[in-house]
Ligand binder design. Sequence first.
Ligand code: ADP
Ligand code: ZN
Ligand code: ZN
Length: 721
Amino acid sequence: MAIARVEPLTTARALRGPFDYLLPERLGEVGVGSLLRVPFGPRRLLGVVVDVAERSELPPERLAEPIEAIEAGVSPELVRLGIWVAREYCSTPARGLELVLPPGTVASGRALAAKRELRAEITPAGGAALDGAVRLGSRQQAVLAALDAAGGEVSAPRLGVDRAALRRLEARGLVSLREAVVRRRPEMPEVGAAPRRVALNPAQREAVTEIVAGLDGAPGELLLHGVTGSGKTEVYLAAAEAALRRGRGVIALVPEIALTPQTLTRFRERLGDEVALLHSRLGPGERRDEWRRLRSGAARVAVGPRSAVFAPIAGLGLIVIDEEHEASYKQEGDPRYDAREVARARASDAGAVLLAGTATPRPESWHGLRRLELPQRADGHPLPSVEVLDMREQAGGAGPLHPRSREALAALVADGGKAIVLLNRRGWSPFMDCRSCGRSFGCPRCDVSLVVHSHELRCHHCEHREEVPAACPDCGSVSLARHGAGTERAASLVSELVDPLPVFRLDSDTAAGPGGHAEILARFGRAPSGVLLGTQMVAKGHDFPEVGLGIVLDADATLRFPDFRAEERTFALVAQLAGRAGRGGDGRVLVQTLAPDAHAIRHAARHDAQGFLAGELDRRRALRYPPFAHLVRVELAAAEAREAHAAAELIRSLLAPRLPESTDLLGPAPRFRLRERHRRQLLLKATERGPAVAAVRATVDEAARELRSRNVAISVDPDPS
Ligand code: ADP
Ligand code: ZN
Ligand code: ZN
């Protein structure tokens, strides 16, 4: 008797699988990772086999049989990974498994079919017919002539005749027909000059040697710390080639597809069809076909954003995490996984090398991973000099631009060249109030200020929008003041300064338009001179040698966030923007700030990651933050503040007795109201991650029913940012 233990793909927390099913012969080969359709009470559900056993605790007459096997499914390694994610991130097995299954399976409840088409080719008899051996109608004549001219197979839709007509020609022996599987190929954005093949410099060679030693011997976790422009991508490519030569597969994670077209292009150009692209903006067919190519082994390199960490690659040798400091590696819905942590777990399970690369490492990686250093830019140019401009001296309506920034920008008009200006805040002004009565303008659904855009007031946390009022709704005064500057206002000021040079604004408002992000970057790239101005998007990924000037406005904006990663983010943002300037020669960077002495800003101005990280690690140690403790955040959200609070107290009381002595349990603390939901949070600081997550998991399972009946949503974030 064979028993399949099946985890049904339903997100109800109350269901505790796996459930046993009897495996009949008719299903063929079924193993761990197979997808089955199973009867489940009155329903039929998709399920994944997570184990196969000889016997069940239930008597055979109580065991149901699966209805059908859906398709090959996934490897046992991926099943382990999906279950691991579900456990580590306090989610359900179904949500964890969904991540590793063929794309679209769970949503559609079936396997998406491969695309097929009919193809025709002319036969020798057909050729003879064209030469007059057989009488032909004029349509038939035309089809045969087209096939003859093509000199090979032509897809039926392109011939402009229906299938029946082709079948008649086939019956007469004039054409041969076959059904072929069509591969849907994703379009690759083409950005940047065609890369030449470069000889690695000594630092790059040393890094590759270390990685290859890991492939051949003891795999480990490596941090490639290379300053901006030091040629990290060349190291990834050489390492990937080495893995492929050893018959091993590769996953290369990039922070976000839109921000990394150059990396993508370079992987494709170097490794060709071995590369499959996996990301959510592909069409369902393309995504499915790329996924299949990986599972079949036709492609052995997966490139994509965080979800590509689940790529179905057997014999994995290397996982690359490019720009490992990027926040986009964190998933913001259930399960709230961190792809960097998943990559570590997967690499360790598969015996693969983990390679995280960046110019601005996270404290966790600096502390925990073995370092490989690329201390210099690959093109031999020095890093640009950085001046910190103290904006406290500029009080009194001087506007958002320091005189030195104004001069440097104005000089572009006469001297040519390009500049990048970073202001990490979109809109015209971050807020507005009434000069007469002091009324402010907030979102009716969230406890935040509305942001002034050129035509309306908008909430940046929900979809709420309203017209900019002509007068104060409270006192009728028309004296409404807009405070501070966002990218819209900065772009308008800079346009005046550099007129007639073009200013390209890049933020999520402009990137949402036609062509989006890549098109704006491409236009900036083509312009002989001009300014690229925008949010953090302008500081990422691209490589424009003509950019000589970089300016950061309000560099301490990110420091004011109440978040233990504020320092690390500020450092990364300023250092990354500085890294965009001077790639083709001398560069100059101006950093405007109200906090010129802040640790993050001082060190970023010196391109000094090591100094920043040493101080930041001391601070983290003293405050018991990662990597010296593990954090778990639990958030409760409800329509009424008191319900959210009561639920948080309930969770606290259930959780506290389950926690190890050394764990701090903080809260409930309020978080700002969001989309009409009042929120409270609990924060755990634990010495060890495992027991803390287990305690939260048990608590959430115990309270799930109660919370649902009270209409309170709970979310657990074991790697909060
Ligand atoms: P990073 O990812 O470290 O910022 P890139 O990999 O984008 O840097 O490389 C920056 C530039 O240096 C690219 O134009 C790349 O072609 C070039 N480059 C990389 N390695 C070398 C090398 N060994 N010799 C010459 N140029 C190189
Ligand atoms: Zn007023
Ligand atoms: Zn809102």
